[in-house]
Design a protein around this ligand. Structure first.
Ligand code: SF4
Ligand code: SF4
Length: 289
């Protein structure tokens, strides 16, 4: 069973909910947690963990061109074909801006003298903590200036799959692009988190389009509902039978995060509210028998 905690925009409480779900489930199930938010992974912090990892592995999911200037005739075809403007001819020689290059390989294809070869580049890191409150955590992080976050998510999910588990909890990346698609294509149930703001609501609808594309069952949680109760009601009406529950805004949540204290180890109101949400999912057999 794979459960993804998803949001259309960042900062709405997705990692808080995912970390709390791990604490809830581990009482009765073998779980593995995955931080798929590879551009800004922080699930380990919500789980009260520091930056020390039991295992770290650099991975390559992306290729960039390497030029053999000894062979290059300076014809400029590579610069002409590059749709991203990543190659500029300077003094009759191609000059690559690796931060713009999308790794499409077109330049290699058109070079008439075989002076360009696509080569893998190290673009991300997969980190593992073997025992976080009794379960493993897999966290992937894109390195600065690198792209290919969807493939990095794929890699994190493959690594997590190698653990023996009954339920995988995935803290999904925000948005509607490749990384979230990489998560949802593997997911059985999506918990959508939003906040009562126009942008939160608009992004909820956008990410729902992706959830619907994969035909997934889902539920909606409204975080910080009391910051705008009228707007929260609007979101709840929209969610209809898929509404799962709401969480109250509490400044103390951020104090707990700063102190690396997971919310489920506190006595904050949010803990009880999330437990109620998880209990209702459990009653609906979302977490399996
Ligand atoms: S690999 Fe594609 S994006 Fe990168 S320099 Fe070559 S043509 Fe441009
Ligand atoms: S296409 Fe090949 S030969 Fe022509 S400028 Fe680029 S690298 Fe040099």
């Amino acid at each position: 069973m794979k459960i993804a905690v998803v949001s259309g925009k960042g900062g709405v409480g997705k990692s808080m909910l995912a970390s709390s779900l791990c604490f809830y489930l581990v009482k009765n199930k073998r779980i593995v947690a995955v931080d798929g938010d590879v551009d800004a992974p922080n699930l380990h912090l919500w789980l009260g963990q520091d930056e020390r990892w039991d295992k770290k592995r650099k991975i390559s999911v992306f290729e960039k061109p390497v030029f053999d200037l000894g062979k290059c005739t300076g014809c400029g075809k590579c610069a002409q074909i590059c749709a991203f403007g990543a190659i500029i001819m300077e003094n009759g020689r191609p000059n690559l801006n690796k931060f713009i290059c999308e790794g499409c390989g077109a330049c290699e294809e058109v070079c008439p003298v075989g002076a360009i070869k696509m080569r893998p580049v190290v673009g991300a890191e997969v980190r593992i903590k073997n025992d976080v409150f009794g379960f493993p955590l897999v966290s992937a992080q894109l390195l600065p200036g690198q792209t290919g976050s969807g493939k990095v998510v794929d890699e994190a999910l493959i690594v997590a799959d190698q653990f023996s588990y009954q339920t995988m909890v995935i803290d999904a990346p925000a948005g509607t692009g490749c990384p979230i698609i990489a998560v949802l294509k593997e997911t059985d149930f999506a918990i959508l988190v939003t906040e009562p703001t126009p942008s939160g609501f608009a992004d909820l609808k956008r990410v729902l389009g992706v959830v619907d594309h994969f035909g997934l069952s889902f539920g909606v949680v409204v975080n910080k509902w009391d910051l705008n109760p009228t707007y929260a009601d609007k979101v709840i009406d929209f969610a209809g039978k898929n509404f799962l529950g709401k969480i109250t805004y509490d400044q103390k949540i951020f104090s707990a995060l700063s102190a690396l204290k997971p919310i489920m180890t506190t006595d904050l109101p949010a803990k009880k509210e999330m437990e109620e949400i998880f209990n209702s999912l459990s009653q609906r057999k979302v977490f399996g028998p």
